[in-house]
Design a protein around this ligand. Structure first.
Ligand SMILES: Cc1cnc(Nc2cc(F)c(C3CCN(C)CC3)c(F)c2)nc1Nc1ccc(F)c(N2CCCS2(=O)=O)c1
Length: 301
């Protein structure tokens, strides 16, 4: 293992490959489908007495977008991450018959932040949102220490473990920034969630920790608007409404998405810092974390 100040390189042997046996994986119910494949709720029950752990199993559906190689990269990424604010890796399961593989992760009972905020609007107050924001920020700060760029930070990819804990999930688009550069240039276009993308990511396919900061600003906006259908860009039904939201958000001048209703001014100013057009003017995650902690103190008084 070579230790260097900016990046730690794991030799391949260090990639955890906890092999789980398919015969102990008891299917329970579907959790969701994406263009990668599907995620199912299972119980990993080697003793066969239902005392095993509930797990979320992401099954690969090799299609035009996702290949076994991409999936293997996602497994390699998740298997080296150890952080309270990142969904935990449990292992991989190969079903040789069908030449497919599954990524087994801890099961978080409350699902994604979007559904949770829609269903628990009444009992998620500003303090709770700030707590979630600070946890996402800490998870991103940890990712940055390993030079990972998430590239798909959005409320749909934040999972709710409990009413006071959220975790970052879905590392399908995550890339490592090479040690001698400060950004990652993507070659394959893929399906881009452009509303969460920083301008340089759209115009030059340039991804960095600062483009993740832009996306974090969009997650803050989703959080403080309870992922409300009307102001959540991905869920805006009328395309024209989306276009002018998009233009507002990406306009070169200072115009940005309006503050969500009842959003504290200090939180809105955080969002606008994250949406600085030039990436080197955006704050880093540690500064964002400090500012959120300060706002949380004020909220307590
Ligand atoms: C790793 C992981 C751990 N725990 C959980 N818990 C979980 C618990 C739940 F009650 C639900 C729902 C809640 C709503 N009712 C109607 C159906 C079940 C749920 F969706 C998830 N889910 C995980 N992953 C996952 C699952 C499903 C996904 F669509 C996505 N994705 C999100 C966009 C990229 S994605 O496709 O990867 C990730």
């Amino acid at each position: 293992v070579t230790q260097s100040p900016v990046c730690r390189v794991f030799s391949p042997a260090q990639h955890d490959q906890t092999l789980l046996e398919e015969r102990h994986l008891r299917y329970i119910s579907p959790l969701g489908k994406g263009n990668f494949g599907c995620v199912e709720l299972c119980r990993y029950d080697p003793l066969g007495d239902n005392t095993g752990e509930l797990v979320a199993v992401k099954k690969l559906q090799p299609n035009k977008q996702s290949t076994l190689e991409d999936f293997q990269k996602e497994v390699n990424t998740l298997s080296v991450l150890y952080c309270d604010y990142i969904v935990k890796y449990r292992g991989v399961c190969y079903s040789m018959g069908r030449l497919s593989m599954s990524l087994v992760m801890e099961y978080l009972p409350h699902g994604s932040l979007i559904g949770y905020l829609e269903n628990n609007r009444h009992n998620v107050n500003t303090r709770r949102m700030l707590l979630f924001a600070s946890q996402i920020c800490k998870g991103m700060e940890y990712l940055q220490t390993l030079r990972y760029v998430h590239r798909d930070l959005a409320a749909r990819n934040i999972l709710v473990a409990s009413e006071s804990l959220v975790k970052i999930a879905d590392f399908g688009l995550t890339k490592v920034i090479p040690c001698n550069k400060e950004y990652y240039r993507v070659t394959q276009p893929g399906e881009s969630p452009i509303f969460w993308y920083a301008p340089e990511s759209i115009s030059e396919s340039r991804f960095s920790h600062k483009s993740d900061v832009w996306s974090f600003g969009v997650v803050l906006h989703e959080l403080f608007s309870y992922c409300d259908v009307n102001c959540n860009p991905k869920r805006v039904r009328k395309f024209t409404r989306f276009v002018n939201m998009f233009e507002q958000h990406f306009s070169l001048n200072e115009w940005r998405l309006p503050a969500p209703p009842n959003c504290p001014p200090k939180v809105y100013s955080l969002m606008k810092q994250c949406w600085a057009y030039s990436f080197d003017e955006r704050p880093c995650f540690s500064s964002l974390g400090d500012q959120i902690e300060t706002i949380m103190q004020d909220e307590r008084e």
